[in-house]
Design a protein around this ligand. Sequence first.
Ligand code: OXD
Length: 313
Amino acid sequence: MKILFYTQGISFDPDLQSLSRALPEAEVRHWERGDTGPADFAVVWRPPREFFVGRDDLRAVFNLGAGVDAILGLERAHPGTLPKHTLLVRLEDTGMASQMAEYVTHTVLRYMRRFDEYAHLQALQQWKVLERHPRETFTVGVLGLGVLGAHVAETLSSFGLPVRGFSRSAKKIEGVDCYAGANQFDAFIDKVKVLVNLLPSTPDTDGVLNARTFSKLTRGAYLINVARGAHLVEGDLLEALSSGQVAAATLDVFHHEPLPASHAFWSQSRITITPHCSAEALPDESMWQIAQKIRELTRGGSIGGIVNVEQGY
Ligand code: OXD
């Protein structure tokens, strides 16, 4: 069995070795431009279009992340890039769900307990107790209830916060008020205090964090974007911050990464920036998961994490 390995912009050697260890029967090789030799499977992060040319032999392409927008973006721009019978498979959890829950919970509690404002008061050497945000109205809305979103919503609800979740198809999560489909979006968003975005990036969801959405939140709301930069209309956020409709935002993802040095977000004291690090797939777990799925497919079995290319996630 032959496996191609390609990861753009990140070091691949340890991962490649860990895949070889998890699947000793396979021959794993790093793909380089011009490599058209036979392959049964591919393990990739942001491959170029050329990677797929003449690759009808691939049974499955494993994406080294939860978001498959880069590959589906290629497919949308150049239909037929993905070979017709090749499965596209995303990573499921592999350590990301608990990291995402840590990141989002930390941020929600930081806002609820007003830690940023206390840090500001400390800088002014002011001893002052601020009014508490009432927990009952500190409603958190989680956009996107996939593996990561569902875990985040459940974790937040264990803190006794009112939690709503929104997804395209109906979901049931204990302790979470679930809304589904475009016609329930306004009910979902109404008077939300903290909006957490964990949606997949597709032509339907890009730009969803916009002026209209912000206007439906409680005044002085908070935004946490840990999905993709394409979801956010940046100018609308800057306006919502200056009008006070949005009090603060924490952003882990951006239209252009790394965020350019000249970008307006850097100088906004009410925007917290992190460098796309909210949740990283753990290499050994990822390779082990992919190895199990390759074995299952080779046995003729079925696997989870298969992307619906039409739906875009
Ligand atoms: C992912 C990511 O898609 O890290 O997994 O953004």
